[in-house]
Design a protein around this ligand. Structure first.
Ligand SMILES: Nc1ncnc2c1ncn2[C@@H]1O[C@H](COP(=O)(O)OP(=O)(O)OP(=O)(O)O)[C@@H](O)[C@H]1O
Ligand SMILES: [Mg+2]
Length: 273
């Protein structure tokens, strides 16, 4: 961990939030199913600023993944509006990329060719993006694995490939849905440190969904706490812990107070986390 800390510390700096990159207003989603209407999200309002790292916590089923899919333009919303970079969001866009819980790589493609997928999908000039794909793989610490296949990589490495793939089209916004949820605790800690390093390098705006209050506090500038279904915003907590952060911050009183505040918000909503 010391080695990672040493690498992380000088590179990470605080965000410089400026203008709102995302504006959600009255955002609601009701799923129509065979057995009736399922209200998943109701009246969500927030602004997220350029360069911010924002986490979303809430109990299972409160609509976190739904929110992420709406922001990615992958799912139509029922009511309200979302603006991304000043323009109404109407569908998937190059400006927003998603990292899911499972990295979904194609097993017959090399690591590099997996990272190049969005470029091929969007019919962008491959030759132009190949070097940036190689550079991104270096940034996530996988220079030696560019020509390997997914089965040769560990879970944490596969998730790093997925992060490189999300960044290859140079999105403004990185949407992450419990990306480290399937990893063991130690790998997860390391991936969180790695993510802060990548974030400070890439200067992307990140929206990060997690079940873990500690993970949310450790990573974020602000944490959005949601109520149980239909999900609404219980509160948005600003985390004023200095950056760069290392894992020792978890043992501080301030960290404990933020975590306790979030836990009481989620408990008040009847959530069990
Ligand atoms: N495609 C769908 N059709 C119908 N209902 C859905 C669909 N997707 C999600 N839901 C419902 O919407 C609600 C919110 O689901 P969502 O997956 O957004 O929750 P979540 O907060 O991400 O949960 P988890 O923490 O378990 O991942 C749940 O009640 C779920 O059953
Ligand atoms: Mg989910």
């Amino acid at each position: 961990m010391e080695a990672i800390r040493a690498v992380t510390a000088p590179l990470e700096s605080g965000p410089a939030p400026s203008s709102a990159l995302i504006r959600a207003h009255g955002l609601s989603k009701t799923y129509a199913t065979g057995s009736g209407q399922v209200p998943a999200l109701a009246g969500i309002d927030f602004e997220i600023y350029d360069g911010e790292f924002v986490s979303v916590v809430g109990q299972s089923g409160c609509g976190k993944s739904t929110l992420l899919k709406l922001l990615a333009g992958l799912l139509p919303f029922t009511a309200g509006s979302v603006e991304l970079n000043g323009k109404p969001l109407r569908g998937p866009t190059r400006e927003a990329a998603v990292v899911f819980q499972s990295p979904v790589l194609l097993p017959w493609r090399t690591v590099l060719d997996n990272v190049m997928l969005p470029i091929e999908f969007r019919k962008l000039p491959k030759a132009m993006y190949r070097q940036s794909a190689v550079n991104l793989l270096a940034m996530v610490g996988l220079s030696e694995f560019v020509q390997r296949y997914p089965f040769e990589l560990s879970g944490g490495m596969l998730q790093r490939v997925a992060i490189a793939r999300a960044l290859v089209q140079d999105p403004r916004l990185l949407l992450m849905d419990e990306p480290f949820g399937a990893l063991d605790a130690m790998t997860r800690d390391q991936m969180n440190l790695e993510l802060l390093r990548i974030w400070s390098h890439s200067r992307k705006t990140v929206i990060f969904i997690t079940h873990s209050i500690a993970e949310a506090v450790f990573l974020s500038d602000r944490v959005i706490a949601m109520t149980p279904r239909p999900g609404t915003i219980a509160d948005i907590i600003t985390i004023e812990l200095p950056r760069p952060r290392d894992l020792s911050v978890i043992n501080t009183d301030r960290f404990g107070r933020y975590a306790a505040r979030l836990r009481s918000l989620l408990d008040a909503g009847g959530g069990l986390l």
